[in-house]
Each structure stands twice: as structure tokens, then as C-alpha cells.
Write a protein that binds this ligand. Structure first.
Ligand code: DC
Length: 233
């Protein structure tokens, strides 16, 4: 079913894809976006950006007020384009993907004021239609999205995927990645505000033994059945 540009989405369609770290949300969202012609918004990147700026400026990851002030100025300092994310003119895409920034993102994401500030921003960005991936998109950010998916995979498989990405950069061994992932899962699922949780109306897809194109095909089938996409003529 998957083929680039082979589908048309109804105007303004919003699709939520949530799931834990390493479940493949980003890859799947990008492929789905290419198939149906919608932009992708990776909400994790926003939390990562806040974490990155905090680390770069020496702001405590618990200082809600200072972090909220960072978010207020963020939009004027950031540019997003096909090359990635630039902060104050410097391309920081690779830094944002690092384990260190991921861990910082997970900490700032637990703060209610940070989440509140980023909520309005995410809704603004999704206006006009988008595929948005994250942890609370189906439950909090876009609760009225007509299509919601919850993507998951076993912790070992998610760690293996992350580890093979990091290997080329001299990253940690597999057991360390498993341990770090478990810690991140726990923090994301147990935090008080907007924890990682499957929306009641989300469709769960366990990708442990699935190829990415199989996951995308399953999503396309759901969207087609619901009349949210049709074949491009
Ligand atoms: O998906 P990711 O690894 O890029 O996300 C980085 C961190 O941001 C992750 O630990 C949880 C947090 N996050 C969140 O709390 N809510 C979102 N919608 C997206 C990410």
C-alpha cells in the first residue's frame, strides 16, 4: 500500500502517533507523511530543544520559571527547515538527537509549566493538518484527532534499534542502552502531568516483529477505512 504521494488526505487532517522512546514513531510518521502529503511535527524535538538550551546556558533542569522564559523566546531564535533545526543560526539537529539531550528533555518534560507553554505552541503548529508524534498527542495535545495510533515494541527491541543507531557514533553497549531506556520509560510514564498513556480511542500497534512498511500499511488501511484518505488520481 505504501508509496510516496499515493494518497490524498481530507483537508486539515490531524493524525496522532504516541509511544515510548525507540518505538519507531519518527520513522513511521515520516513515511506516512510522504504517503499522504501531510507535514510531520516531532513534538519530542521541542522538549529536546528546551533541554539543549538549558544545558547550553547552564539553566537548572528543575528551574520551571527560567525554562518557561526560555520557551517564550524560543520561537524567535529557532528556524526549522529541511536541513533540521537551527538555534541562533547554528544547526543543532545532531546535538538534539544525543542521549544527553534526550535525558535532559525527559526531565524538563516532567514540569507542568514547560508542558503548558509547549501545548499552545504544538496546537498552533498542527493547525491546517499534520502528523504529530510524541507521548501525549492523542490524550492532551490533539484529543479530537480523528486518527490516533499508539506505537510500541518490547524494551529489548527498542533498545536494540537505538543501539544500532548509536553504534556508528561510538555509543554505549546494548545493556547500558536497555537500562537507560527503562529509566526514561519510567520517568515518561510515571510523571504526574500528561504521562505517556494510550488514548482510549487510539489503535495500538506492537512493532516488535514488524517491518516499518508493514506498520505504515496498517495505518493507511485504518485511515482509508475511516474515509480520511483516498487514492490520489
Ligand atoms: O521522542 P523523544 O525521545 O524525542 O522525546 C524526548 C523527551 O521528550 C522524552 O523523554 C519525553 C518527552 N516528550 C514528552 O514528554 N511529550 C511529548 N509529546 C514528546 C516528548
Amino acid at each position: 500500500m505504501f508509496e510516496q504521494g499515493s494518497w490524498c488526505a481530507v483537508p486539515g487532517l490531524m493524525i496522532a502517533i504516541d509511544g515510548p522512546s525507540g518505538s519507531g514513531k519518527g520513522t513511521v510518521a515520516a513515511m506516512l507523511a510522504a504517503a499522504v502529503g501531510l507535514p510531520v511535527l516531532d513534538s519530542g524535538l521541542l522538549y529536546r530543544l528546551v533541554g539543549h538550551v538549558a544545558l547550553a546556558r547552564g539553566i537548572s533542569l528543575q528551574d520551571e520559571t527560567a525554562l518557561a522564559a526560555v520557551i517564550d523566546t524560543l520561537l524567535s531564535e529557532v528556524r526549522w527547515d529541511a536541513d533540521g533545526v537551527a538555534w541562533n543560526g547554528e544547526n543543532v539537529t545532531a546535538e538534539l538527537r544525543s542521549e544527553q539531550v534526550g535525558a535532559a528533555a525527559s526531565q524538563v518534560a516532567a514540569l507542568p509549566l514547560v508542558r503548558e507553554k509547549l501545548l499552545g505552541l504544538q496546537r498552533e503548529l498542527a493547525k491546517g493538518g499534520a502528523i504529530m508524534d510524541g507521548r501525549d498527542i492523542g490524550t492532551v495535545v490533539l484529543p479530537d484527532a480523528p486518527a490516533k495510533f499508539f506505537l510500541t515494541a518490547s524494551v529489548r527491541e527498542r533498545a536494540r534499534r537505538r543501539w544500532s543507531q548509536l553504534k556508528g557514533q561510538g555509543g554505549s553497549d546494548l545493556d547500558t542502552v536497555v537500562a537507560e531506556l527503562k529509566m526514561r520509560d519510567q520517568r515518561d510514564a510515571e510523571r504526574q502531568h500528561a504521562p505517556l498513556k494510550q488514548a482510549v480511542d487510539a489503535i495500538m500497534i506492537d512493532s516488535t516483529t514488524m517491518r516499518v512498511d508493514e506498520v505504515v500499511d496498517r495505518m493507511l488501511a485504518v485511515l482509508q477505512r475511516r474515509g480520511l484518505i483516498r487514492r490520489a488520481t
